[in-house]
Ligand binder design. Structure first.
Ligand code: FE
Length: 209
């Protein structure tokens, strides 16, 4: 199998939000697809180990938001490389809640969809969750971020729990890269007490490029 074939599939960068028992959950996914128009339904593929997945399934609701190209790495890193079990991912950003109290980010988001879970399929590492869209809103006119843009322009990495993850990822010369989130430190010498500004990991997880 030529794994590069998978790079030709178009996907984007999306935030999934959920609320359960007084706590907010959120994570980044790269697979959100409209599956029907009448009624409008979306499908989300989301890793079973994510705290957000359990919250979506338990509460029966989720918000799916489409990130724009303007989204800073801090936003992507917080939702993609930290866990909702430990931090309130929504706190540092501009957010709102839908009619059912489910949180979503309003900054650097092209559009958001408030969904009720109507079907699920166990796909192994991931759950496919189908949501009936009950709210839809355009929030920003900036271009939606594609996964290709995230890799090429933002130097982003794919976390192991993403459905599109591949173990070997390309390296670019110069500086140091956080092996957890892909953040690039530009400089020859990485201070020993350095902490990744995106995912909070120590200097030991950085690799020389
Ligand atoms: Fe990092």
């Amino acid at each position: 199998m030529d794994m590069k074939a998978f790079y030709s599939l178009s996907c984007g960068l999306y935030l999934v939000g959920a609320a359960h028992e007084g706590r907010d959950y959120g994570c980044v996914v790269n697979t959100v697809t409209q599956v029907t128009a009448e009624p409008a339904k979306l499908m989300v593929a989301i890793n079973k180990e994510n705290a957000t997945t359990a919250a979506v399934l338990a509460s029966g609701r989720f918000e799916a938001a489409v990130l724009c190209e303007t989204a800073p790495m801090e936003l992507i890193g917080t939702f993609g490389f930290k866990t909702s079990r430990e931090v309130d991912k929504f706190a540092p950003f501009q957010t709102a809640r839908d009619a059912h109290g489910v949180p979503y980010v309003t900054q650097d988001v092209a559009a958001r969809f408030g969904c009720k879970v109507v079907d699920t399929l166990d796909a192994g590492t991931h759950m496919l969750i189908i949501g009936l869209v009950e709210e839809a809103e355009v929030l920003n006119t900036a271009a939606p971020m594609t996964y290709a843009y995230y890799h090429r322009v933002k130097n982003g990495l794919t976390p192991p729990k993403a459905s599109s993850y591949q173990a070997q990822q390309e390296k670019k010369p110069g500086g140091w890269r956080c092996k957890v989130c892909g953040y690039i430190y530009e400089g020859e010498t990485l201070p020993a007490d350095y902490k990744c500004p995106i995912c909070g990991q120590p200097a030991s997880v950085f690799e020389k490029l």
